[in-house]
Design a protein around this ligand. Structure first.
Ligand code: ADP
Ligand code: MG
Length: 256
């Protein structure tokens, strides 16, 4: 741990239960830090001969146990924003903090360390490993984190998302909705303090979508998990405490 990062105004985050992947937080957390925040967040892509600003000057703060839905038309920059908040993508301008830690100045190793166990990301395209079964897709990342009881946890989570009968199926043998639920179970695995999910119910029927939402919002209730969810789903958006509307890369309205 970098001792220079410790400040008297900081208090270490409490040690998570023993079943968590990370025995104790490796960095101090400001007592008042939002779970995730950004200031002036901007991403400009080079598209042919001209620049395209896909996320523009977004300011945001999501507190512990708070839920935020991000809404907006296709192409409005929602997925890009989510990737920037997770440190999966680098901004052109602006800053991002997770639990008070500035992401934009971290190298890849530091980012990976911060993400491990802290942040669960659900990709719009799921990003399952095709040569692993559903169970392995959830279990193996937990094992790599040193999570005790990884197999039991993976099995339990897949049961909770309704896939108890699909543990040994490979992604190619699963429907879109089933793959989505494996991706959700994988994100929930290490009990992260922040879940960023890109259209998490986009491929689910109403009933399964409702069950997945219950799981997400139970995590928020029981474990103080913060949720940032990109969605087109009106039911999901209504369950979130706040709704951020994006248009052409800009955060145009924040609904409380
Ligand atoms: P949303 O998730 O709201 O549909 P995205 O964040 O995926 O929007 O994309 C925002 C805009 O950025 C879109 O116009 C998209 O075409 C463009 N875009 C995204 N990724 C790339 C890329 N790698 N190269 C060029 N343009 C991209
Ligand atoms: Mg998207």
């Amino acid at each position: 741990m970098d001792a220079n990062r410790v400040s008297p105004t900081f208090e270490p985050k409490p040690c998570p239960p023993a079943s968590r992947a990370v025995p104790c937080t490796p960095y101090p957390v400001p007592m008042t830090a939002p779970r995730v925040a950004c200031q002036g967040l901007t991403k400009t892509l080079r598209s042919g001969s001209h620049d395209l600003t896909v996320v523009k000057d977004v300011d945001l703060a999501v507190q512990p146990a708070e839920s935020l839905a991000i809404l907006g038309p296709s192409g409005s920059g929602k997925s890009t924003l989510l990737g920037l908040l997770a440190g999966l993508d680098r901004p052109t301008r602006g800053t991002v903090q997770v639990d008070g830690q500035e992401l934009t100045t971290m190298n890849e190793d530091e980012l990976a360390r911060l993400r491990r166990g802290t942040l669960g990301f659900v990709f719009q395209s799921f990003q399952l490993l095709t040569n692993l079964t559903a169970l392995e897709n959830v279990r193996v990342p937990l094992e790599l984190m040193g999570f005790q009881g990884a197999a039991a946890r993976a099995t339990e989570l897949l049961g909770q998302v309704g896939l108890a009968e699909r543990l040994t199926h490979y992604p190619s043998q699963l429907s879109g909705g089933e793959m989505q639920r494996v991706a959700l179970a994988r994100a929930f695995g290490p009990r992260p303090s922040l879940i960023l999910a890109d259209e998490p119910t986009g491929n689910l029927d109403a009933e399964t979508g409702e069950r997945v939402l219950d799981l997400l919002f139970d995590l928020r209730q029981d474990e103080g998990t913060s949720l940032v969810l990109v969605t087109h789903d009106a039911a999901l958006a209504q369950r979130a405490e706040r709704r951020l509307h994006m248009a052409a890369g800009e955060a145009v309205r924040l609904e409380q």
